[in-house]
Design a protein around this ligand. Structure first.
Ligand SMILES: *Cc1c(COP(=O)(O)O)cnc(C)c1O
Length: 380
């Protein structure tokens, strides 16, 4: 089955044996009757499993070319489950330019449990080897990175991870499996904030993991059941519905993203545009190799690097909504230094490029003329 068919049909065979409903019913139930102790139809209690969630999990596994999907109450709950594979004394090597909430979870929660995190530049994957020791258990990769749109070579990371027998996890939220499938490139775990492109309509918070290995899946299921950070059936349904149009939305996100990136580049007030589709992007070659297109996430800075001017631009936008998050049908704009990345200390932030004038756009699927007109009036 090809990707554009999997989004709609992947793992969805016979979702309603009772009535043949085309969409899986929302099984709004906590428990399931048993004819005799243990005599159930595959579900006993909805923390451990729910048919609507299972339908989503099968679909997630399908679109990421994996074997097992797990859906969680949020993207961070999914990351939390991955870190719970580790124990005190273990070390993690992570991308230094990553989602602020992931950084917060690692440093403000798990460092207290004796896990050490190294936040490093991975644009040259070989740099990872400098931080590997016998305690290293996990490499955490986000690509494209948030919000600088750096590209990390997943295949090269996988080769290093395999050589040292370390798990490789990839946060695939920005790219989605429409653009890249990390399991095909050698990753062990793919993670999603389905809140973003997979859900696609800014109406649900949900997270996901997909793996190929049965033992790893069993351990993650055990953690999911033991910790309990599951998503409900209604939210599972919404994401499943969202994924059915993922390929259509992504195609438009990519088209509009490309047009916006080129418009910004042509505006004399703009200092720099970060978008992996430009030939002078430092890892454009890798992006071309591992991604099918370049997506709709773009960051830019204005000349003079003025904090107040950046605030004024995001306030002046009318079609782009000033809001956290990304990946919905509607265009959003954000100011990382004061919004998504405020929890990262200023010095560390600026070292990774998140300067005061940086603005991040999640280019939606509206008419491109309206989007460019809006940017033009806001930037001036
Ligand atoms: C939003 C996001 C997360 C966290 O997901 P939630 O669903 O908000 O918990 C993790 N990684 C990336 C790249 C994100 O954009």
């Amino acid at each position: 089955m090809k990707f554009n068919t999997k989004t709609i049909h992947g793992g969805q065979h016979d979702v309603d044996p009772a009535y043949g409903a085309v969409m899986p019913p929302i099984y709004q139930t906590s428990t399931y009757s048993q004819t005799t102790p243990g005599g159930h139809k595959g579900f006993q209690y909805s923390r451990s499993g729910n048919p609507t969630r299972s339908a989503l999990e099968r679909n997630l596994a399908s679109i990421e070319n994996g074997e097992f999907g797990l859906a969680f109450g949020s993207g961070l709950a999914a990351i939390d489950a991955v870190i719970k594979l580790l124990k005190s004394g273990d070390e993690v090597i992570s991308t230094n330019n990553l989602y602020g909430g992931s950084y917060r979870l690692f440093t403000q929660v798990y460092e207290d449990f004796g896990i050490t995190f190294h936040f490093i530049g991975m644009e040259h994957a070989a740099n990872i080897e400098n931080f590997i020791n016998k305690s290293t258990k996990l490499i955490w990769v986000e690509t494209p990175t948030n919000p600088m749109m750096n590209i990390i070579d997943i295949k090269a990371c996988a080769a290093i991870a395999t050589k040292h027998d370390i798990l490789l996890a990839v946060d695939n939220t920005f790219a989605t499996p429409y653009l890249q499938t990390p399991l095909d490139l050698g990753a062990d775990i793919v993670m999603h904030s389905a809140t973003k492109y997979l859900g696609g309509h800014s109406d649900v918070v949900l997270g996901a993991l997909v793996v190929k290995d049965k033992k790893l899946a069993d351990r993650l299921h055990a953690i999911q059941n033991a910790s309990g950070a599951i998503c409900g059936p209604q939210d599972s349904f919404l994401v499943l519905r969202g994924i059915k149009t993922l390929h259509l939305r992504m195609q438009r996100h990519c088209e509009n993203g490309k047009a916006v990136a080129h418009y910004l580049l042509s505006n004399p007030k703009i200092e720099k545009v970060y978008w992996p589709g430009f030939e002078d992007h430092p890892n454009h070659i890798v992006a071309k190799e591992q991604m099918r297109d370049f997506g709709g996430m773009i960051s830019f800075t204005t000349k003079g690097n003025n904090y107040d001017e950046a605030i004024k631009i995001v306030e002046n936008l009318k079609i782009f909504t000033l809001a956290e998050s990304l990946g919905g049908v509607e265009s959003l704009a954000g100011h990382p230094a004061s919004m998504t990345h405020w929890s990262i200390p200023k010095e560390e932030r600026e070292r990774t490029g998140i300067v005061d004038s940086l603005i991040r756009l999640s280019v939606g699927v509206e008419d491109i003329d309206d989007l460019i007109e809006d940017l033009e009036q806001a930037i001036g």
